[in-house]
Design a binder for this molecule. Structure first.
Ligand code: THG
Length: 270
């Protein structure tokens, strides 16, 4: 399981304030907490913050990289902004692996971002959507995912640098989507050997719901069974992380031992 930390995101009030005030303390405390919880990648997202987004992204990435050498995922829905930010962060942090979060399968968006990923040696997340928005059915998700995978590989990216994200929506507004997302993962898993990674912004599934942690935890286990191998999630939610590890043990993806959680932590050095 490749755990992307969701927590350094300007959607959260404390992080928004930290970015606006250029106060590294909160950002660095959260980063250390997420890495200690098992985060493999630090996803950073400005959210609705003030000021120049390019400068803010460079500042935020540098603040994170001062306390960890984990890869950084630059999270924005604006392809032109990402195309400007990625080379700048890559120049400022040449030893930090970057992941672009994200491109859609729209030709214009892929044309903007895939060369940038190739140039920076970065990974990239491909959303299984195009200009029409998030598909309501499985077939369109699979079509967009296939298009993204092929185009990314034509641009020189390897499957290990490609993350397909079938986009999970809140279960309270789109109750058929959690199943559609799992079915899309199952179908896309056979498109290439070796396959790309499959990922989700997990907490989307429970937005505006009660019992968020329970919904996140249950759906993570279900999606792992369908083939999910990475997620943007809260690595400080111990029950969530331990459910994911347990699912991988039960699927024979992690070796069983009586103390398999401890073994997993030792392997990660946490
Ligand atoms: N796919 C990809 N990237 C993504 C998403 C995705 N990035 C953003 C998002 N979705 C994943 N990250 C989050 C981060 C936080 C929350 C949900 C998803 C969240 N935040 C609280 C909320 O909105 O209720 C914040 C509230 C608070 O201030 O405490 O739920 O799908 N590739």
């Amino acid at each position: 399981m490749i755990i992307f930390s969701e927590r350094v995101n300007g959607m959260y009030r404390d992080v928004r304030k930290a970015i606006n005030e250029k106060d590294k303390t909160i950002v660095q405390e959260l980063t250390k907490e997420q890495v200690a919880g098992g985060a493999d990648v630090m996803d950073v997202n400005l959210g609705p913050t003030k000021g120049d987004p390019v400068e803010n992204f460079v500042w935020l990435s540098q603040a994170v990289a001062e306390v960890t050498d984990k890869p950084i995922s630059l999270d924005s829905a604006k392809p032109k902004l990402l195309a400007e930010v990625v080379p700048k962060v890559h120049a400022a942090l040449p030893d930090t692996k970057l992941i672009i979060n994200s491109s859609t399968a729209d030709p214009g968006c892929m044309g903007t971002l895939l060369p940038v990923a190739a140039e920076a040696g970065a990974g990239i997340i491909g959303l299984t959507m195009d200009k029409e928005g998030v598909p309501g059915n499985v077939d369109k998700r699979v079509e967009c995912g296939g298009t993204f995978l092929v185009t990314a590989m034509e641009n020189g990216l390897t499957p290990d640098d490609i993350y397909l994200d079938p986009i999970i929506l809140p279960v309270n507004v789109a109750q058929k989507q959690p199943w559609n997302v799992m079915e899309a993962i199952r179908q896309l898993s056979v498109f290439s050997d070796p396959p790309p990674h499959f990922m989700l912004g997990l907490s989307n599934v429970s937005q505006q719901c009660l019992m968020r942690n329970l919904i996140n935890r249950t759906y993570l286990v279900m999606a792992i069974t369908a083939g999910l191998d990475s997620a943007i999630m809260d690595a400080a939610d111990t029950e969530l992380v331990e459910a994911a590890i347990t699912a991988e043990v039960l699927l024979d993806k992690n070796l069983y031992s009586d103390d398999y959680i401890k073994a997993w932590k030792m392997q990660k050095g946490i």
